[in-house]
Design a protein around this ligand. Structure first.
Ligand SMILES: CC(C)(COP(=O)(O)OP(=O)(O)OC[C@H]1O[C@@H](n2cnc3c(N)ncnc32)[C@H](O)[C@@H]1OP(=O)(O)O)[C@@H](O)C(=O)NCCC(=O)NCCS
Length: 155
């Protein structure tokens, strides 16, 4: 079971998201697990819990898992015209190691998707770290289909 986070979950968010950023970096993410990075995501958490932007943070019972999905604009609209006018982005999902492969992450997503649909969101965009091989099956299990890949050239 899970709950939709409120402002009273701020400390839980900070704790779990800090762990997430460290592990995500180990899997090859270019996002550094710094105070500034955490502040950025905490800002999104605040935007979603205070309804300044469309989004949701879901936390599992006993605070073992967290996931956050949301828009970058106030009404969820895309900043450019697109096939998906009201889109949210997957900011991350993290399950503490001892609690993995029990369906917690899937449970968080189902909870979030239900709520986002009610708010008029019609698409969710996620990204996959190529080196993290289990993310593709996880995305497919949630109904995500590969659409385009992101490329990077470092100067
Ligand atoms: C990725 C992560 C969130 C999965 O959480 P989880 O609660 O263990 O996932 P679930 O139990 O809901 O698994 C859902 C499905 O995803 C796939 N999956 C999850 N972990 C997997 C693994 N290690 N290897 C292969 N497939 C995996 C499976 O298809 C699984 O379904 P199944 O167990 O019926 O086969 C968790 O491993 C994690 O926190 N990893 C570190 C952070 C991270 O990489 N987050 C994702 C980037 S945003």
């Amino acid at each position: 079971m899970s709950r939709v986070a409120t402002q009273s979950d701020r400390n839980v968010f900070i704790e779990l998201w800090s762990e997430f950023l460290v592990e995500h970096r180990k899997h090859g993410s270019f996002i550094l697990p710094t105070e500034r990075t955490l502040k950025h995501f905490l800002g999104l958490f605040d935007d979603y819990t205070q309804c300044r932007k469309i989004g949701v943070t879901a936390i599992s019972d006993c605070d073992h898992a967290i996931g956050m999905w949301g828009s970058v604009t106030a009404d969820g609209s895309s900043p450019y015209d697109s096939d998906y006018p009201c889109t949210v982005y997957g900011h991350g999902t993290y399950v503490r190691p001892a609690y993995r492969r029990k369906g917690l992450s899937l449970g968080l997503w189902k909870r979030a998707e239900k709520l986002l649909r009610k708010r008029g969101v019609n698409a969710a965009i996620g990204s996959t770290i190529m080196a993290n091989s289990h993310l593709r099956p996880m995305g497919e299990g949630r109904g995500f289909k590969p659409l385009q890949s992101v490329e990077i050239k470092v100067f």
